[in-house]
Design a protein around this ligand. Sequence first.
Ligand code: RUB
Length: 323
Amino acid sequence: MTESRPPVVSAVEETADRIASMEVRGAAAIADAAAAALAEQATADADSPAAFRAGMRSAARVLYETRPTAVSLPNSLRYVLRGVEGTTVAELRTASIDRAERFRSELERAQERLGRVGSNRLRDGDVVMTHCHSTDALACVKAAVGDGKSIEAIVKETRPRNQGHITARELRELDVPVTLIVDNAARRYLKDVDHVLVGADSIAADGSVINKIGTSGLAVNARERGVPVTVAAQTIKLHPDTMTGHAVEIEMRSETEVLTPEDRAEIVDDGDRELTVENPAFDITPPRHVDAIVTERGQFPPESIVVLMRELFGETIDEPWSA
Ligand code: RUB
């Protein structure tokens, strides 16, 4: 029997919609928005502590179901729900809001610390190649530029949604010279590159990196060209379930991101469903193609990331929104 869900505040529904439609996107931003939405839920009226807790769990479930691949989302929800403590509704409310705020400020501080760690890998005059848009990866460039290093960037546009345009804009705001290329040109330009620098949606216990589709091909090409691959990922990207052998679900998105209805009509007659379009949002880069994972706790060879995961999560992971 499925549990009927207590209603959630409209701010939670709105945040869930914005995450699902990718108005809010990128693993760190999703985690931040989810925590903020739980804080909004905590302001809702509740007749009893049990009703308050049920409302919080319900809100977490609505948020959890938006995008499956970025583990920062369940990690954020878990962090906030663990802090829902108290015996009265007022106490629970204050504890929840404080907890969500703490999460959000820690997230920001972690990214700054990560940036300083990542900056150490970049030397004055280096050229980085980016894929998609990662605030963690950009934090490394920002810290390096802040240290007075001159950095240039070759930015892949990142089909189908062109998040590379966001990266290009933010790098230009840092005054970093940018060359924007189509994804297919990456191998040609790797010869001019000192580092491939990408983010991650999830890091698995074996050191595999789950990031925007195209990351794994870029990493393979970079390895062949002898270009080091750095993955910038706060510890909130570490996927606890993978410690017990679970695979990370890869999100499949709408075909309309790849092919508009008009483009489809140019290829085949209306109603011909034998032309299928696949649109996986992420892929998995094996640890052997990654040189370092940069976190706010230091940089790690991918194969040793499990040690940090054990330290942070222990061996058991709960899903408090399923209670
Ligand atoms: C975004 C993406 C980013 C990671 C890391 O994919 O793959 O590299 O989320 O981002 P999408 P950040 O656009 O589908 O969300 O470092 O900002 O957390």
